[in-house]
Design a protein around this ligand. Sequence first.
Ligand SMILES: [Zn+2]
Length: 116
Amino acid sequence: MLCVHESNRKDWAKIQNGVIKLHPYCNKCGTLKNVSSDRGKKISYFVMVLSRLRKILKKRGYKVSETQIRLIVRELSEIEGFDDVWCITFSKQKEIFIRTIQKYVRVSKEFLESVI
Ligand SMILES: [Zn+2]
């Protein structure tokens, strides 16, 4: 089961650019909270992107079926930690999202990046 993170403690931790900063971490599982500006989003955001993507592709004559969309959403929701906004970064989510879409829909990474 996923941890419902909570924190009332902070610890010193290194952040990406080498600056040491006080970081909140989860009391229960110890996961460090992502406090960068690269914040993750809930899965509903990606569901919305998928429907936008579908519309754009339809205009270009490429039909994406309901089933394909459902499979992508199901796969994303089964990836542990995908929408754990406590710690995941948006960059990491985008990477997973693009990789997952490409399993079901034949579109380029560049195109997907322009839509997300
Ligand atoms: Zn936790």
